[in-house]
Design a binder for this molecule. Structure first.
Ligand code: FES
Ligand code: MG
Length: 573
């Protein structure tokens, strides 16, 4: 699918929108001189810098210093940096969900990169949805673009033990629910969970997407892990500025770099990291913006089967992003994975991944990134399940699940919505045992909308008090990348559009077997068909016109198995 807007030939910074080109240039110069620029400054390549700082986005709290360092890199190469704002999304301050707004942010990025004169653009992002949104937009604009992440936050300390957002946020909350931690201690740990600027310090969605950007080759090697508040992060920013000038000069655009091999490398890294399940949705959405790339859930599962989990980070393992960085970061992992990667994939420098790895400084002995021969988990940290409960697929992070629950049959306890869940999950009257399978409906892209990250259905309080830590939980929601448990997510098709999840009832036997990748509801096929038919009839006339972005979202959003992009934004064949 092409854009009907004519692309300029020659320098993008010479882009005009009047019939009389010379007059247009005359006008633009007049206005930009109004900002204090001389002719000398303007007679250069222009490098745009996306500024996603916001009072509502503490994760991007280091943006100002990063922008200064990027500008320095650009100026050192004789080009002119110009910053511009786009939407900023923070996980905790974007209602109803940041996912709901990811595609809007991608449209903002795409259109502002295309609209404004720039020869290349530096995409500064970090908090979960910002990196995929920027990449989706930049690919669709196809202007030379380089990703710079803000970097992970450092850890805090509670009672002499390191803590970090947000695996430990969930851990302490679960302990509070179970009565193991009192409200005073909860307050004290709250002060330490987010000790400063940067993205969550575990292998959550933000860290995963930072590593994926590096694995895709759209950000420099070694750039994903330096902490947000380190000098190393500032040097990465300066280097990114320099590289942005180079890709502007050589006209290296996202579509010149991003081929199927790059995406397969990204999936290999995702699996080896035991990364966030959200990243599956984002990788599919980013690939969906590249014409002709047919990436599916089957690619995620296929690559997972031959990729071991090597990185010992929470929530799959024990450590934090600063440990991963001190161990050498992604280049060390990529070297370990060499035999599983496409080394001929192009990167932002114009050199291949193999060439980049060959010249990267040697690493030292460390314990965080395991050798290929001694993995943390043998393969398929993230697995794709299918069956009559999820004909289009569902996702589980088995590396962060309870081993004994990966093959399980149990009767369903069904919650029909988030409200129903909130009303009943902690009720003493809820009939539930550890063997039950907790099912949550109507919480997918269309149902919620925006797939809230509450796929981690809490353990019912009365079981939590008995010491139950995990149960099989199934929904069409997403889960935070920082969470752990035997949680089946992204069930597709989702219940709000008539997926089989919609017709599960209390007491139905649900079987899950991750080894055989199956997820089924054990009822007669004719009974399942009958229930789906009744559901369909009940929907008649229920859909109302909705105004604004919500209306656009609900009519255009694709299923999670397709990346949850808008149908009109994907590249197609
Ligand atoms: Fe921003 Fe976790 S909330 S990265
Ligand atoms: Mg998150």
């Amino acid at each position: 699918m092409s854009n009907d807007i004519e692309e300029p030939t020659g320098l993008r910074s010479g882009l005009t929108n009047y019939g009389d080109e010379e007059f247009a240039l005359f006008l633009r110069k007049a206005f930009i001189k109004g900002a204090g620029y001389t002719d000398d400054a303007l007679d250069r390549r222009i490098i745009g810098i996306v500024d996603t700082s916001s009072g509502y986005n503490p994760c991007h709290g280091n943006s100002a210093s990063l922008i200064e360092a990027v500008k320095r890199g650009i100026l050192l190469c004789g080009a002119l940096p110009i910053t511009f704002p786009i939407i900023s999304l923070h996980e905790s301050f974007a209602y109803p969900t940041s996912m709901y707004l990811r595609n809007l942010m991608s449209m903002d990025a795409e259109e502002m990169i295309r609209a404004q004169p720039m020869d290349a653009v530096v995409l500064i992002g970090g908090c979960d949805k910002t990196v995929p949104a920027e990449l989706m937009g930049a690919i669709s604009a196809n202007v030379p673009a380089i990703q710079l992440v803000v970097g992970p936050m450092l850890t805090g300390s509670h009672g002499g033990v390191r803590v970090g957002a947000c695996t430990d946020c969930r851990r302490f909350w679960a302990r509070y629910r179970a009565g193991e931690v009192d409200i005073e201690e909860l307050g004290r740990v709250n002060n330490e969970l987010v000790p400063g600027a940067g993205t969550c310090g575990v292998m959550g969605t933000a860290s995963t997407m930072a590593c994926i950007a590096e694995a895709l080759g759209i950000s420099p090697l070694g750039s994903a892990t330096p902490p947000a508040v380190s000098s190393a992060r500032l040097r990465v920013a300066e280097q990114t500025g320099k590289l942005a000038v180079a890709i502007g000069e050589k006209l290296i655009r996202p579509l010149d770099i991003l081929k199927k091999e790059n995406f397969e490398n990204a999936i290999t890294v995702l699996q080896a990291l035991g990364g966030s399940t959200n990243a599956i949705v984002h990788i599919l959405a980013i690939a969906g913006r590249v014409p002709g790339i047919n990436l599916t859930l089957d690619d995620i599962d296929r690559i997972g089967r031959k990729t071991p989990l090597l990185v010992d980070l929470k929530p799959s393992g024990e450590n934090y992003m600063e440990d991963f960085h001190n161990a050498g970061g992604l280049p060390v992992l990529l070297r370990e994975l060499r035999s599983l990667l496409h080394l001929n994939a192009l990167t932002i420098t114009g050199r291949t991944l193999g060439e980049e790895l060959d010249t990267y400084p040697p690493s030292h002995k460390q314990l965080i990134i395991r050798p290929l021969a001694d993995p943390l988990f043998p393969s398929s940290a993230l697995a794709v399940l299918r069956g009559n409960l999820a004909p289009n697929g569902a996702v589980i992070k088995q590396s962060a699940a309870t081993k004994g629950l990966l093959s399980h049959i149990g009767p369903a306890v069904v919650f029909s919505s988030a409200l129903d869940l909130a009303n009943r999950i902690d009720s003493e009257d809820l009939e539930v045992s550890p063997d039950n399978v907790l099912v949550l409906q109507n919480i997918g892209s269309v149902g919620a909308p925006g797939m809230p990250e509450a796929g981690l259905i809490p353990i019912p309080k009365k079981l939590a008090r008995q010491g139950v830590k995990d149960m099989v939980r199934i929904s069409d929601r997403r889960m935070s990348g920082t969470a752990a448990g035997t949680v089946v997510l992204h069930v597709a098709p989702e219940s709000a559009i008539g997926g089989p999840l919609a017709v599960v009832r209390d007491g139905d036997l649900i079987s899950i077997d991750v080894e055989s990748r199956s997820l089924n509801i054990r009822i007669d096929p004719s009974e399942l068909q009958r229930r789906l038919h009744v559901w369909e009839i009940a929907q008649n006339g229920k859909r109302k016109r909705e105004r604004g972005y919500a209306g656009l979202y609900k009519t255009a959003v694709l299923g999670a198995e397709l990346g949850a992009d808008f149908d009109f934004l994907t590249a197609g064949e």
